[in-house]
Design a protein around this ligand. Structure first.
Ligand code: PMP
Length: 396
């Protein structure tokens, strides 16, 4: 007699990762399916550059791998790379930083997970700012924390105020912020950072500062909250090579924080990722050694396309935006069309084969908006934008 396979029970932590709802990627997957079916789609969804990783970085990677750096690498990261990341952070923020403050991780995503794993116990409340990068709530649930959104308002340029955070802070363990911000492009002002620091100290919160877009600032200045008084002992900074060096697929990032936290995170890495491939780390070191000129060259197309977008939006008021001060996206307010962000994104994909992300994928504070990635060549980008604006006008 054949036995039926038992239905094995999965953990509630894994089955509940997306919180029961949609994970916000439906339009993205629909666009990917259309492309797989041979339909030409203009892709303005995810934060992937239209250039590939610089050939010189790939040469460094190949040279390292051919030279034998294909075995297990040092779990915390190779010493020279930890030193280089520490040096870059010291120079940017003015906070003395050494390799003991740095763990190299497989990308910023793993760094976000590790940082929250270090500070949140099961059931702890972990705050994050809405609109937010779509994976945040799932990452917080993955460590057993209870995600709590803190809403921001387009009227304030999506900058969180102390009064927005304070009502949730007493019951919380941590606060996750992201400046320059995905999806809004907000670069937090000195006043905003001061508010955040003040609330964090007053309520004894850990601050997780996601700074993966630190090289993409169009207006204002990037401030790392770790540099504010009393903040270095309670701040974990998340960094990545993905956006700054067009190395999304290389999966290399870091956590920067107090040495005792990093020691615990090294133990976590030993029992989970077991580090980052040596040839990827050598290529990262080479890329960072190339200095800010390379970073500026990689950021430049987004600065240009941001300006093109603002020009295309001028002299009409159906599609509005809070001009982004940083990062590689623009959030467009399409509420004048009467559609939700999700309805608009679906209709735009069906009618004009242009794929954008619905604002709702990034939280309730982004409802009625869409996020456009500035990630295709200039001419195609302007054409897509004109079509998008024309479509919105036809609906309004
Ligand atoms: N944080 C933010 C705000 C992001 O937008 C992303 C990627 N889109 C990440 C973290 C993770 O990036 P990675 O894992 O490629 O470093």
């Amino acid at each position: 007699m054949r036995m039926l396979p038992a239905v094995m029970k999965l953990s509630t932590r894994i089955t509940g990762l997306t919180g029961g709802g949609s994970d916000g990627w439906d339009v993205f997957y629909k666009a990917r399916q259309m492309i797989a079916d041979g339909i030409k789609v203009t892709e303005l969804t995810i934060g992937e550059h239209d250039i590939r990783t610089d050939p010189a970085i790939l040469d460094a990677m190949a040279q390292s791998a051919r030279g034998g750096h294909t075995g297990y690498a040092m779990v915390p990261g190779i010493g020279a790379l930890r030193d280089k990341v520490a040096e870059r952070i010291s120079a940017q923020s003015g906070v003395p930083t050494t390799r003991d403050n740095i763990l190299i991780t497989p990308g910023g995503q793993a760094a976000l997970f590790a940082a929250h794993h270090a500070v949140c116990d099961e059931g702890d409340t972990a705050l994050f700012i809405d609109p937010y990068y779509a994976t945040y709530p799932g990452t917080l649930r993955a460590v057993g924390a209870r995600p709590q959104a803190v809403h921001t308002d387009p009227i304030n340029g999506f900058q969180p105020r102390a009064t927005d955070i304070a009502p949730y802070a007493a019951a919380a363990t941590s606060l996750l912020i992201n400046s320059p911000n995905n999806p809004t492009g907000a670069v937090y002002t000195p006043e905003t950072m001061q508010d955040i620091a003040q609330v964090s100290v007053a309520h004894d919160l850990w601050l997780i500062s996601d700074e993966v877009y630190d090289t993409q600032v169009w207006r204002g200045r990037h401030i790392s909250p770790r540099s504010l008084p009393s903040m270095s002992e309670r701040t974990l900074v998340v960094g990545s090579m993905s956006k700054s060096h067009a190395m999304t697929g290389s999966r290399c990032g870091w956590v920067c924080g107090p040495a005792d936290v990093i020691n615990h995170l090294i133990t976590l890495a030993t029992h989970t990722t077991y580090g980052v491939p040596g040839f990827i780390q050598d290529a990262t070191l080479f890329a960072l050694d190339a200095g800010p000129e390379l970073e500026e060259r990689i950021a430049e197309p987004f600065r240009r396309r941001r300006a093109m977008t603002l020009e295309a939006l001028a002299n009409q008021n159906v599609v509005k935006s809070v001009p982004p001060d940083g990062a590689m996206y623009i959030m467009l307010d399409i509420r004048a069309t009467g559609l939700s962000g999700e309805e608009f994104a679906n209709a735009l994909l069906d009618t004009h084969q242009i794929a954008v992300m619905p604002g709702e994928s990034f939280g309730q504070a982004a409802a009625g908006h869409i996020r456009v990635a500035l990630t295709i060549d200039d001419a195609a980008f302007v054409r897509a934008l004109d079509t998008l604006i024309g479509f919105a006008h036809s609906l309004a």
